[in-house]
Design a protein around this ligand. Sequence first.
Ligand SMILES: *[C@@H]1O[C@H](CO)[C@@H](O)[C@H](O)[C@H]1NC(C)=O
Ligand SMILES: *[C@@H]1O[C@H](CO)[C@@H](O)[C@H](O)[C@H]1NC(C)=O
Ligand SMILES: *[C@@H]1O[C@H](CO)[C@@H](O)[C@H](O)[C@H]1NC(C)=O
Ligand SMILES: *[C@@H]1O[C@H](CO)[C@@H](O)[C@H](O)[C@H]1NC(C)=O
Ligand SMILES: *[C@@H]1O[C@H](CO)[C@@H](O)[C@H](O)[C@H]1NC(C)=O
Ligand SMILES: *[C@@H]1O[C@H](CO)[C@@H](O)[C@H](O)[C@H]1NC(C)=O
Ligand SMILES: *[C@@H]1O[C@H](CO)[C@@H](O)[C@H](O)[C@H]1NC(C)=O
Ligand SMILES: *[C@@H]1O[C@H](CO)[C@@H](O)[C@H](O)[C@H]1NC(C)=O
Ligand SMILES: *[C@@H]1O[C@H](CO)[C@@H](O)[C@H](O)[C@H]1NC(C)=O
Length: 869
Amino acid sequence: MSPVSTGVLFLSLILSVQQCIGDNTLNLNGRWDIINSNKGYRVSGIVPGSIYTALIANKTIDDPYYRDNDVQYKWIGRDDWTYTRLFEVSADVLSKQAVILVAEGVDTFSTVTINGIKIGVTDNMFLRYVFDVKAALKSGLNNITIAFKSAVNMAAELEKQSAYPIPPGCPNPAQHGECYRNFIRKEQCSFSWDWGPSFPGQGIWRNISIQYFNEAVVRGVSALPELVADNSWVIHIVLHMDISNLTVSGIVQTTLDKTGLYHEHLLSGTISSDIYYDFTVPKETSIDLWWPNGYGEQTLYNLTVKYVALDGKSVITEKSIKIGFRTIELVQESVSKNASQGLTFYFKINDVPVFLKGTNWIPADSFLERVTKTRLERLLRSAAEVHINSMRVWGGGVYESEEFYELCDELGIMLWHDLMFSDALYPTTPEFLSSVQLEIQHQVERLKSHPSILLWSGNNENEGMVIWYVTLLCFRKSERYKKDYVTLYVDTIKPIVESLDTSRPFVVSSPSNGAESEKEGWISKNAGSEYYGDDHYYNYNADLWNFNTFPIPRLASEFGSEAWCNYETIEKVFAEADLDYNSEMANHRQHHQNGNEEMLNQTAMHISLPTSSDQKQKFQDLIYVIQIHQAMAIRTEAEHYRRYTNQLGTDGRGLTMGTLYWQLNDIWQAPTWASIDYDMKWKMLHYYAKKFYDPNLISPYIDGNNLTVYLVLDEIPVYRDWTSDTQQLNQTSGCIFEKNVDDILSEAGCTDKKNCFLYFYLNSRDNPTSTSWLPLSYFTDVQGRILQSNIQISNVETLSLTEFTVTLTTNHIAPFVWINSRGISGRFSDNGFIMKDPQLQLIFTSWQPVDLKTFTNSLSVQSLMDIYH
Ligand SMILES: *[C@@H]1O[C@H](CO)[C@@H](O)[C@H](O)[C@H]1NC(C)=O
Ligand SMILES: *[C@@H]1O[C@H](CO)[C@@H](O)[C@H](O)[C@H]1NC(C)=O
Ligand SMILES: *[C@@H]1O[C@H](CO)[C@@H](O)[C@H](O)[C@H]1NC(C)=O
Ligand SMILES: *[C@@H]1O[C@H](CO)[C@@H](O)[C@H](O)[C@H]1NC(C)=O
Ligand SMILES: *[C@@H]1O[C@H](CO)[C@@H](O)[C@H](O)[C@H]1NC(C)=O
Ligand SMILES: *[C@@H]1O[C@H](CO)[C@@H](O)[C@H](O)[C@H]1NC(C)=O
Ligand SMILES: *[C@@H]1O[C@H](CO)[C@@H](O)[C@H](O)[C@H]1NC(C)=O
Ligand SMILES: *[C@@H]1O[C@H](CO)[C@@H](O)[C@H](O)[C@H]1NC(C)=O
Ligand SMILES: *[C@@H]1O[C@H](CO)[C@@H](O)[C@H](O)[C@H]1NC(C)=O
C-alpha cells in the first residue's frame, strides 16, 4: 500500500479523469448563426444539426413533411448557407504542440475559415475532417465560419464537368426529387427516393470540436476478436492515435472485463501512425459467445485501454469499447453434383447455419439530428420483438450513429451492411476515388468492432444497374461503365475493406451472384439467378397471395409490397380535403409511379374494395384493406422462402437461407413498403412478421386443390450436410401433412368453400404452441355472405404502468380483426388476426406510461366484415 493518505489519492484520481475527458477538448457544438447567400434569412441553429431544423425552430418554415412542403421548400437545398460562431480560446490552448479542429460529419460542400484564414474544405458527408488550426487561432475571441455550397448545385456542376454521362441523371418525376446525386458523396436518398422526400441538407451533422495536446492521445479503439484455435482467441486491437510531433513514452494497459485478463506494453519513440497489437485470450478463459437474436445470449465484453505515463499513475487517455466473440462464415458450395445447379449462399454464426429472418433499414428521418436514441430503441426493439435477427443497412442512406450499432449489438440484430452507394453508376475520377478511399477507411475502422455487423456489401443493386443502363440506354461505350464498376468496388473498395477487417465477408454488390459474379468478371449476365447469391424481387401486377408467383432464390435480401401508413399518421400531415384516396396530395405522397393504383389492383384480387360514399371513411377503409393485402402478400412470400430452408428441388433451386423484407421503417408519413410507420405505429404487416418469423412456423399452402402443411423450425444446433448423399439429413423444414381440400371439406361437412376456412394448430388445440389459418376463397366472393361480426371491446384492465389487457368479444367469426389505440404509441400482442372464438384477450404494451382511462378511450376495433355495412 502507498503511504499516501486516501484523501490525496482521491484528488489525484479526479485530476486524471478531468485530464483525459475534458481537458483537451473545446466543444463547438451548440448554437451557431446561419445565414443564406443573399442574407435574407438569418437564424440561429443547433449543431449537430441541419439548416432545415434550424429554420423549423425559428418558425421560418412550417413542418417540411406537411402536404407538399417538400416541393415548396426546394429553395432551401438550392441556396448556399453559411454557419458561423464565436468562441473563446485561452493562451493555454495555444501553447500546446498540436491544436486541431475535428469535425465528425459535415454535410457536404464547405469552406472552413477561422478569423478570415481559410483552413480547409469539405466535400464528403461520410468523412471525419481534421484540420490544423494552431496558426489561425488567437488568444481570446475567435470566429469560425463554415460556408456551405448547395449540394444540388454542386452535383449539377460536377455532372456538367463529367467527360461522359453517368446515369441515372434525374429521378422519376413522381419523386419530386433532385438530379445527379451519384456525383457527390452525400446520403443518396436526401435527393428523394421512391419512399421518401427530397431534403438535401446542409450543416454540421455530427460533433465538432477543437482538440489540443502535447503528446499523442488515443482517440479511439477498434478490436476484432479472431478464433485462432479451439476456444482460444486473439483480439486484434488498433489504437487510433491523434499525434503531435513529440516523442512519446508511456504504457498501454489493456483489460478485458469478466475474464481478469490484462496486458501491458511500453510505447516509446516517435509515433507516426495508429498502433496495432494483439491481445490473447487463452483457451482456459471461459468466453461466452455472442449470438444472433433467438439463438442465444448477446454477451458483450468491455475492453478498456488506458494509456498512462511511465510512472504508471497519470492517465493520458482511457477508452472502453464493447466487443463480442463470434465467428461468421459465408458458405458458397455446390448444392449437387450437377455444376449448373449453382452454389449455396448462407451464413454460419459460431459454426451454426442461421436463417436470416430479416428486414431492411432506411434512415429514420430526413433530418438525421431528429433521430433520437428513443426512436432507434423503439424501432429496433420492435424488430427484435417479432423475431427479426438480421437487417440490411441499405446503401442509399448513411453510416448510422454509434447508438444504432450499440443497440443492434445488444439486441442480436445482425447487420448486412451496404457501403453507401445505391441504384446508380458512379464516377471514377481520381478526386472521387480518393475521397471514397478515405471514407471507407474511416467508416470501416469506426464500425468494425461491432459484433452485429455480418458483412460488408459494396453497394445496393449496382451490379444489376450496370447491365440495366447498358442495355436500356444502348450506350456505345458500355465497356467503360463495366470498367468503372470494377475500378470502384473491386479495385478500390474491396482491398481496403479486406485489409482492415478480416472478421466478416465482403461482397461486391447486393444483390449479386456471389462467387459466380466474381467468376464472370464481377458483372453477372443473369444477376437475378436463383442458383447463386442473393436476390431482390418485386412484382406489381401478379397475385401476391399465390406462392407460385415468387422465385426460389438462395437468399432473398429484398422483397416487398406497398401499403399506406396508418390513417392517424397521414392525417397529421394532410389538410381535410386531402383525406381522399384520389386527392392530389394522396397522389403527391406516392413516390412510386402508379403505386396507388397498383395497390388497389393487387388488393382487389382478393378483397372487395370499400365503397363508402364518405371520402374520408373510404380512405380509411382503403388503408385498412391495403394493409391487409400487404401483410398477406409478405406473409405468403416469406413463408414460401422459409419452407425452402431445407428443401432442394430436383432442378437445383432451394436451400433458401434468408428473407430480408423491404422495409422496416419509414422516413416520413406516406404509402411505402414499411412495416412500421413514421409515427412508429406498427402496420398490419409488422404483426404478421411476428407470425411468419415464429421459430416454430406452421406454414400451410394450397396448390391446385391440394393442401400441404410445412413445419419450419429454427432450433439449434442443427446439423446439415446438403452435399453428401449418404448422410441422414436433419430437417428444419419439411412437409408434415398433405391432403385434398375437397376431402377435408366433405369430412368437415362444409358444403361451400365460401363459408369455410382452414385453421391449424401445433400440439394441443386449447394451448397451441403455434397457429395458422388459410382462407379458402377470395374475399371478393365472401363479402356480403358473412354476417357483420359485431366485434366489441368488452373489458380493459391495467397490468402495469405500460401494460393492459384488452378483452374482445364477437358473435361471428371475424377475419382481419384490427384494434387501434388512437394516439397511444405502443403495440398489441396480436393484430390483424382471424377471431374464431367468441372471446379473446390481448395485451397492449405502451412505449410510455399511460392511464387506464386515456388508454380505454383511445381504443377502436373492426374486422373486414364491418366495412361493407
Ligand atoms: C428567428 O431568428 C431571428 C434572427 O435571429 C430572430 O430575431 C427571431 O426571434 C427568431 N424567431 C424565433 C421564433 O426563434
Ligand atoms: C465571423 O466572420 C464572418 C466572415 O468574416 C463574418 O461574416 C461574421 O459576421 C463574423 N461573425 C461574428 C459573430 O463576428
Ligand atoms: C458528441 O458530443 C457529445 C457532447 O457534446 C457527447 O456526449 C457524444 O458522445 C458525442 N458523440 C460522439 C459520437 O462522439
Ligand atoms: C510536425 O513537424 C513537421 C516538420 O517539422 C511539420 O511539418 C508538421 O506540421 C508538424 N505537425 C504537427 C501536428 O505539429
Ligand atoms: C468498462 O470499463 C471501464 C473501465 O473499467 C468503465 O469505466 C466502464 O464503465 C465500463 N463500461 C461498462 C459498460 O461496463
Ligand atoms: C390496374 O388494373 C387495370 C385493369 O386490369 C389495368 O388496366 C391497369 O393498367 C392496372 N394499373 C396498374 C397501375 O397496374
Ligand atoms: C443440371 O441442372 C440443370 C438445372 O436444373 C438441368 O437443366 C440439367 O438438365 C441438369 N443436368 C444434368 C446432367 O442432370
Ligand atoms: C395434388 O395431389 C395429387 C395426388 O397426390 C397429384 O396427383 C396432383 O398432381 C397434385 N396437384 C398439384 C397441383 O400439386
Ligand atoms: C439429428 O437430430 C437428432 C435428434 O435431435 C440427433 O440425435 C442426431 O444426431 C441428428 N443427426 C445428425 C446427423 O446430426
